[in-house]
Unconditional design. Structure first.
Length: 130
């Protein structure tokens, strides 16, 4: 695990894992603003196969509002990206950007917000593997 990510692994196939990720994030107050199908993009643009790999841009409107109110430039670090990546064994890695690491570059005044966001994302990831 990188210092800037939170990671869990499940034996669920990527499509099922993604459904659980979306539901778990929603339970923590996050919606999905963006979706990037990296697998399809690389196949189309580079004619390479990387396997299932999707990036979900998750956003909690109350947290985003708090952050943008404190620092209008914070939008450059939003949304919180969550990767759903297929594994060779058929399972799935779920990797989220750690809000504390990401927002740490914005300064200590966003520490409480970053901690709140991290707790919510960790809870969502744990719900997927429970």
């Amino acid at each position: 695990m990188a210092d800037y990510t939170l990671t869990v692994t499940t034996q669920l196939p990527p499509d099922q894992a993604e459904e659980k990720v979306r539901a778990a994030l929603a339970e923590q107050g996050f919606g999905i603003l963006t979706e990037i199908d990296v697998e399809a993009t690389l196949r189309t643009k580079l004619d390479v196969e990387v396997g299932p790999y999707r990036i979900l841009g998750a956003c909690s409107p109350p947290l985003a509002h708090r952050g943008i109110t404190a620092d209008p430039d914070l939008g450059a670090l939003l949304p919180c990206n969550v990767v759903v990546r297929g594994r060779p064994d058929g399972g799935t890695d779920i990797v989220a950007a750690d809000p504390e690491a990401m927002l740490g570059v914005a300064g200590p005044e966003l520490g409480e917000l970053a901690h709140d966001a991290r707790e919510r994302i960790e809870a969502a990831l744990q719900a997927v593997v429970a």
